[in-house]
Design a protein around this ligand. Structure first.
Ligand SMILES: Nc1ncnc2c1ncn2[C@@H]1O[C@H](COP(=O)(O)OP(=O)(O)OP(=O)(O)O)[C@@H](O)[C@H]1O
Length: 263
């Protein structure tokens, strides 16, 4: 369960560069909720994920994960509860380590003081099983350097690394945006399957509205640091992209030129 209360963040307050990135955000995800997040550029989507992951601290408000108030807990210490996949396939994996070494590092995330994890025979069996579920043949490439994999394979591996330890909250930050359409569809499908199978509580930022409607059981729309629309599962199931665009125009007062930024 994730509970966000009255979260606010202003960058460069009191200067000409002042940016109110988040203003009074309240959001609760029950266990197993999969919420997709859409919004215009600069709406505060990444800032919200950074607050949950611990990369940024809010000015006011709190973040609780699994009933623990983690607002003041550093990113590295929060990592045991938070899985995260970034837009850049290079960001989630270490290029000069092998596939199995990367997975061992991901396993180490939840073990204390295990900075140089080795790979045991038992680990290897588990890794093979997990990799086989991606259906990319990576289970036969345990010793391959990750830097040699394609962007799609790397992002699938990042997804596996972020989910393998069953985090209490999974954060996906436009994790398919840098992939070509075919690989994006593959990673998107994998995401749906893994989250569904493991009932992971998930928050996914995307600019792809088809994807935002297709995945997850709830949707939120952000604009200028606020949540301006919340859509529950049943309503979401009956919505098309044009309905979302219509809602955006309505909430923005209509006829606003930056509706295209949602896409
Ligand atoms: N580290 C930072 N320092 C200063 N300003 C920042 C920082 N991070 C974000 N901002 C500003 O905060 C606002 C929200 O940015 P954020 O990246 O969260 O938006 P976003 O919804 O993720 O946008 P996009 O869809 O373009 O990625 C923007 O005005 C941005 O310029």
């Amino acid at each position: 369960m994730l509970e966000i209360k009255n979260l606010a963040k202003t960058f460069f307050p009191g200067t000409v560069n002042e940016r109110k990135a988040l203003q009074g955000i309240n959001l609760t995800l029950r266990d197993g909720d999969f919420v997709t997040v859409i919004g215009s550029n600069g709406a505060g989507k990444s800032t919200l994920l950074n607050m949950i992951g611990g990369r940024l601290r809010p000015d006011v408000g709190s973040v609780s994960i699994g009933g623990r108030n983690v607002t003041k807990i550093a990113e590295n210490r929060r990592a045991r509860w938070v899985g995260r996949v970034f837009q850049d396939p290079m960001a989630g994996t270490a290029p000069h380590l092998s596939v199995e070494e990367n997975l061992a590092v991901a396993m180490g995330r939840t073990r204390t003081r295990n900075l140089l994890p080795g790979v045991s025979g038992k680990d290897r069996v588990f890794f093979k099983e997990q990799l086989a579920s991606l259906e990319l043949g990576l289970e036969n490439r345990l010793k391959a350097e990750v830097g040699l994999l394609s962007g799609g394979q790397r992002q699938a591996l990042s997804l596996l690394m972020a989910t393998m330890t069953q985090p209490e909250i999974l954060l996906l930050d436009e994790h398919t945006a840098a992939l070509d359409p075919q690989r994006a569809a593959l990673v998107s499908n994998l995401t749906g399957n893994i989250v569904d199978r493991d009932k992971l509580t998930t928050l996914m930022v995307t600019h792809n509205m088809e994807q935002a409607l297709q995945l997850g059981n709830r949707l939120i729309m952000m604009h200028e640091g606020r949540i301006i629309l919340e859509v529950d599962g049943e309503t979401k199931a009956g919505m098309a992209v044009k309905d979302l665009l219509g809602e955006f125009d309505k909430l923005k007062g209509g006829g606003v030129s930056d509706r295209t930024l949602l896409q």
